[in-house]
Design a binder for this molecule. Structure first.
Ligand code: ADP
Ligand code: MG
Length: 250
């Protein structure tokens, strides 16, 4: 029986709440993310976006329900959630800088090479790794140390590390922060590409990026959903304009 979830399952978050001591960071949030669309989760600093992703991936304890197909993720240990095909990236790229791109992907793919064999010439390349390198435009960098990659390329490597784990749900926390214009554009296209056969949820701050690449938007504010819909619908919502978009909502 395959441990990883079936392709084309949606992520269904229902009445998710997260509390830190007395403080309610996420208050009964519900949304659905479907394969085939890039779903943006936006909102001001402190709105609870990262906390939602942390709860979905098991890093913080959440109440309510988070389902992928029939599988309940809340209450499932972090490692198991990852094994079930839920992958994420962090606001700060977390790659092994002293290892090559290829070696980072080997580790992510769980190829259990001995530490020593990481430094020997490889004869066999996992097809998942080849595919991830191509999708993330890192093929030409495979033998470079991750530490010398640009900020954008490090984020792409993180995405590649999620892809080699056969993730059916990819959650990205502010993936384009610090990227050049060119890297942003390439990242948007990459997100669109990988969303074709998996759930992609992007936490983002950058409104121009959201406008260009979101298929669906959920706006959070003070731990609650303020608005949801297409870019056009969300931008037209007076509540969103008041709280978040300000004069940039056109
Ligand atoms: P966002 O990602 O939308 O900027 P976060 O999800 O990081 O917001 O944070 C939501 C709120 O929860 C903030 O007020 C933040 O200070 C608080 N918070 C986040 N993590 C913790 C924690 N581990 N302990 C206490 N408060 C936290
Ligand atoms: Mg955050």
């Amino acid at each position: 029986m395959n441990q990883v979830s079936q392709k084309n399952e949606s992520l269904v978050v229902d009445n998710l709440s997260v509390t830190f001591g007395e403080f309610k960071a996420v208050k009964g949030v519900s949304f659905e993310s479907h394969p085939g669309e890039v779903h943006f989760l936006i909102g001001p600093n402190g709105a609870g976006k990262t906390t939602c992703i942390d709860a979905i991936t098991g890093l913080v304890k959440g109440k309510g329900s988070v389902k992928m197909g029939d599988r309940e993720l809340l209450g499932t240990p972090v490692q198991k959630i990852a094994k079930h095909g839920v992958g994420r990236t962090f606001q700060t790229a977390s790659v092994f800088e002293e290892l090559t791109v290829q070696q980072n992907l080997d580790i992510a793919a769980g190829l259990h090479r001995s530490w020593l064999s990481l430094f020997t010439v490889r004869r066999f390349v996992d097809p998942r790794i080849e595919k991830a390198l191509e999708t993330t435009h890192l093929k030409s960098k495979e033998n470079e140390l991750a530490g010398v990659l640009s900020h954008g390329q490090k984020q792409w490597l993180e995405i590649a590390m999620v892809l080699v784990q056969d993730a059916n749900v990819v959650l990205l926390d502010e993936p384009i922060a610090g990227m050049s214009e060119e890297e942003r554009e390439a990242t948007g296209e990459l997100l669109h590409e990988i969303s074709k056969d998996r759930v992609v949820v992007v936490v983002e701050h950058d409104m121009d990026f959201m406008r260009s690449f979101a298929d669906r938007v959920t706006v959070l504010n003070h731990g609650e959903i303020l608005s949801e819909g297409s870019v056009t619908q969300v931008q037209a919502d007076p509540e969103v304009q008041r709280v978040y978009l300000g004069t940039t909502a056109q």
